[in-house]
Structure formats: structure tokens, C-alpha cells
Write a protein that binds this ligand. Structure first.
Ligand code: SAM
Length: 274
């Protein structure tokens, strides 16, 4: 008698761009609601648990993180951020596509060390001119390490020349996690005065209750210690190339945009707490 095969988890494949957009938007909305719920001190534990499980159910109904990543993969296939990043690194002279092979195994690699956070494709891993570490909370590929960015060993154990974080900062659950994310990126890049490629939906800066483009720029430059090298705007996204050239100011927490800049009901709640 043949041995029974173990059931494999079904990975949802999203094929329609419209459906992909819907899943990504809904996933962020429910996660935002979960974060607000956790901070709510007026609810009883029972009410909190009931609401939490309802929100969790709606995440499951969407297909969970696997469906969210499948949706992101579809979007990425239409506009490859990784290719743009490689082109910029080449133009900036940081990456040479024809890297000379090491003369001996003991010779340190001259390739820039790149960290990709929220990796769902292997484009950067496949580039021979960079030494890429690709991570994600839920890995969809054997070469993408399944690890939380916030659990990576801190400098000087880990340092990088380049960090790529596309559509990650907006998917973090709280404003303080976003602040912490920027600080940690800066710490990883400080020794090499390296670059952070930060891509996010433009509406986070143009249609947020708490954030404006000016506030964001001022925050990353005066508080986190980055210099803005480049900005690339499209109708839906904005890409920042930031250089870790200054010092991170650590004077306790400061709300970057807690003061409402608009009260419109359609505005996003995107905020960064440092
Ligand atoms: C919207 S997707 C973006 C994927 C891809 N980078 C892109 O540009 O389309 C966000 C990704 O970030 C990952 N992510 C979110 N928080 C993370 C964390 N703390 N550590 C590692 N990955 C994280 C998610 O699992 C998800 O795959």
C-alpha cells in the first residue's frame, strides 16, 4: 500500500489586477483596525477579543498574508521596483554590473551588501553584482529568508550598504513601528553612509490626516539623519533615495504629524512616530 501524501497548503494565486488592488487595500485596512483596537483602553477584554476575532476572520476570508503577497506579486510584475533600484545603483556608481571575480576565496567581496525587506521576487537576489539578503515575514521562495526585520541582529553585527523597502513602511501596523523602522534602517546604513530606497503609496504623504510631504522630508532629514538624494513620483507611488549621512536624533518620542493636517473623512491615517 502506498504512503498517503501530506496535504500541501494551498497558496492562493491572484490573477486579476483589480482583485489584487482590492486585497492589498483591504488587508491594510483590517491591519490598521487591529492596531487601533490593540491601543483602545476603553474596551473590556471580552469586547476586544470579540472584535479581534471578527477582524481576524475578515483577514482569513481575504486569504490572509499569502493572498496579500500573491496580490503584491501580481502588482510587482507590472512595474518592477527592483529593476529601477538596480538601474539607479548603477547610475550612482554603487553597482558595477561587470564585477571582477574575487582572486581568492579569502578576499573580501567588493560587492555592495544589500538588504531587501519585504521581498516577494528574487530579482535582487539574482543580480550577481550585489550581495543580497532578502527577507520577509512570510517567505514565498527558498532563498528569501523568513524573518521579521525588527528581529534582525543589530549593528555592528549586521550592516549594509543599501536597503530596499518597497511598500513595506505603509504595511507596518503602527506609527511607532514606522519610526522604529526608519531608525533601524539608518543604524544598519550609518557605517557605510549607505542608501535607503524607500517606496510607498504617494497617498500616504498627500492624503493623510497627519502627514504631508514636507513633514516627511523634514522628519527623515532632521530626526533620522538621512539626506534626500532623489524623489520619484508617479500618480500612485513615491520612491525616495535616502542617504544615511547624518546622525539620528534620539531625544525620546516625538510625533511627526500627530497634529491633524486635514479632517477629511477620506484621508488616510498614515503617521510616523519618532
Ligand atoms: C505590500 S508587500 C510589498 C512587497 C514588495 N516589496 C513590493 O514592492 O510589492 C509588503 C511586504 O512586506 C512584508 N513585511 C511587512 N512587515 C515586515 C517585517 N517587519 N519584516 C519583514 N517583512 C515585512 C510583508 O510580509 C509583505 O510581503
Amino acid at each position: 500500500m502506498g504512503r498517503k501524501r501530506k496535504a500541501q497548503p494551498v497558496v492562493p494565486v491572484v490573477k486579476s489586477r483589480k482583485r489584487a488592488r482590492k486585497i492589498v487595500t483591504q488587508f491594510h485596512k483590517v491591519n490598521d483596525a487591529l492596531a487601533i483596537l490593540e491601543d483602545d483602553v476603553n474596551l473590556t477584554l471580552v469586547d476586544k477579543e470579540a472584535r479581534r476575532s471578527r477582524l481576524q476572520e475578515s483577514l482569513n476570508a481575504l486569504g490572509g498574508r499569502a493572498a496579500y503577497q500573491s496580490a503584491s506579486q501580481l502588482s510587482v510584475s507590472f512595474h518592477s521596483t527592483s529593476k529601477w533600484v538596480l538601474a539607479r545603483l548603477q547610475a550612482m556608481g554603487i553597482v558595477r554590473m561587470q564585477t571582477a571575480p574575487s582572486l581568492s576565496p579569502s578576499q573580501p567581496s567588493q560587492k555592495p551588501r544589500l538588504l531587501e525587506v519585504g521581498a516577494i521576487t528574487t530579482t535582487l537576489l539574482d543580480c550577481p553584482a550585489v550581495q543580497t539578503t532578502a527577507i520577509d515575514l512570510l517567505s514565498r521562495h527558498a532563498r528569501i529568508q523568513q524573518i521579521d526585520f525588527f528581529h534582525l541582529p543589530q549593528p555592528p553585527l549586521f550592516t549594509f550598504d543599501v536597503i530596499v523597502a518597497s511598500m513595506v513602511i505603509n504595511s507596518l501596523p503602527t506609527a511607532s513601528a514606522r519610526g522604529d523602522f526608519l531608525r533601524r534602517c539608518h543604524a544598519f546604513l550609518e557605517a557605510s553612509k549607505g542608501h535607503l530606497f524607500l517606496i510607498l503609496p504617494s497617498s500616504c504623504l498627500t492624503h493623510s490626516k497627519y502627514m504631508t510631504v514636507e513633514k516627511f522630508r523634514s522628519l527623515v532629514t532632521t530626526r533620522v539623519g538621512f539626506a534626500v538624494v532623489e524623489e520619484k513620483w508617479t500618480p500612485k507611488t513615491v520612491a525616495f533615495v535616502l542617504r544615511a549621512s547624518g546622525k539620528c536624533v534620539d531625544e525620546g518620542r516625538l510625533t511627526a504629524g500627530r497634529k491633524k493636517v486635514t479632517s477629511s473623512s477620506w484621508a488616510k491615517k498614515f503617521d510616523i512616530l519618532l
